[in-house]
Design a protein around this ligand. Structure first.
Ligand code: THU
Length: 129
């Protein structure tokens, strides 16, 4: 699937965000190796560290359905002003690494600016066992 197809799916997923504390809605869509897609949104908690990022929600949803290899993840921070403020956190980059993510697409605001990276660019020297 192309970024043009994936960005609207991630943006729609962001509308499902439960983010009463930050009011920063994030959505993600992952594409598994068989082409199936899974979405997620950030889910916050009054005990802040118990929150889940959108990327982790989407990846964990896919993995719980049996997916073990994810090719692409698209992340939409619809409340971010610009794409510089829309990049995945370090923890999510490590979770992406575990499931073989190759391509990370990021977008912010209205989705007009879209950037595409390899995970190797965002997380060099990945830790694996
Ligand atoms: N967040 C994500 O879901 N993904 C990101 O890539 C960056 C941050 C969430 C975590 C928290 O719910 C809110 O955005 C503000 O940090």
């Amino acid at each position: 699937m192309s970024p043009d197809q994936l960005v609207p799916i991630a943006r729609t997923a962001a509308e499902m965000s439960y983010s009463p504390y930050s009011k920063f809605r994030v959505g993600a869509v992952v594409v598994g190796s068989d082409g199936e897609t899974f979405t997620g949104a950030n889910i916050e908690n009054a005990a802040y560290p118990s929150s889940s990022c959108a990327e982790a929600t989407a990846i964990n949803t896919a993995v719980a359905q049996g997916v073990r290899k994810i090719d692409v993840i698209t992340v939409a921070c619809i409340d971010a002003k610009d794409v510089d403020g829309a990049y995945p956190c370090g923890r999510c980059r490590q979770i992406m690494s575990e499931f073989g993510v190759e391509t990370v697409i990021v977008t912010a605001g209205d989705g007009s600016e879209v950037r595409e990276h390899t995970l190797d660019e965002l997380l060099p020297y990945q830790f694996e066992l």
